[in-house]
Write a protein that binds this ligand. Sequence first.
Ligand code: NAP
Length: 293
Amino acid sequence: MQQQSLTKIFAVFGDPIGHSLSPVMHNAAFHALGMDCTYHAFRVSRKNLNIAILGAQAMGFGGLNLTIPLKEEALSSVSPKPMAASIGAVNTVSFDAEKGPVGNNTDGIGAKMALLDAGVDVAKKNVVIIGAGGAARAIAFQFAHDGANVHIANRTQARAVALADDVIVGLADTTSQSTVTITAGGLDDMQKFMETCDILVNSTSVGMHPNTDETPVPAQFLRSDMVIFDIVYNPRQTRLLLDGAAIRATTVGGLMMLIHQGAEAFRIWTGVEPPVDVMVEAVETELQRRSLL
Ligand code: NAP
């Protein structure tokens, strides 16, 4: 008798999890490629993360995404890839027959790809990253690895300094770009770095719905020859992006980072090139449905 093949299951774990766009994005990709796979969201607490990851592995899941508040906690439940270990957070788990759960972080790649889509390569550029939280960490490590000079400006200055120190140590551990400059400070001394900034990245939650009138950088600091990248994707056009567009600067929103971090996870799990345009359309339709565009 021929054995029936089982649908491969993928999932995102988080708490809360109802807002996640990952199921819509990945299910659209699986459907478009005719793959017998399905992707679901599960509410998993920190306390249950380890057992949930092992359970998913035991049940033959194809792979996992992890979101707030599980990304840092996951490090002790997986074998992290070097970039995930440096960043100190895991957003993608793949299952290896020998190593078990393997932890990746695709947020930095997602940011890099979003800029490349807009024709912007970070190598040798002066990048100012506002923020020092989880997303800023992934972006700082990735961009420094790719040869950017990075200044990290954060409300809590000590957190920016700690991140810069981690990035410097991370670079010393790899053979990549040792000539880049990594600096850090608070928000007050940001202005002097803005004068030589090629690419500004907002990786704080400032400007996110419902506080859509807020911006992390006063409009007078922006220049028309600057690339302004806001990783906030809700709303699509943040106040920072609107201020940038008003002076004809190049602006890049956060939606493509979200798509590309998912696309990279898809590649890691399946080895298949994902249909990025299908994923974009699915997410845009869902955001429209939720009236967030
Ligand atoms: P997080 O770890 O909580 O970090 C939040 C950061 O924002 C910290 O640096 C914090 O500064 C800063 N911040 C918060 N409120 C602030 C305020 N009123 N003024 C100045 N700074 C403030 O969050 P995260 O995971 O990094 O996410 C940050 C944002 O990125 C969120 O909006 C998230 O939705 C978005 N995001 C987008 C993508 C994407 O794919 N597009 C991916 C990940 C995250 P302190 O250190 O001083 O608290």
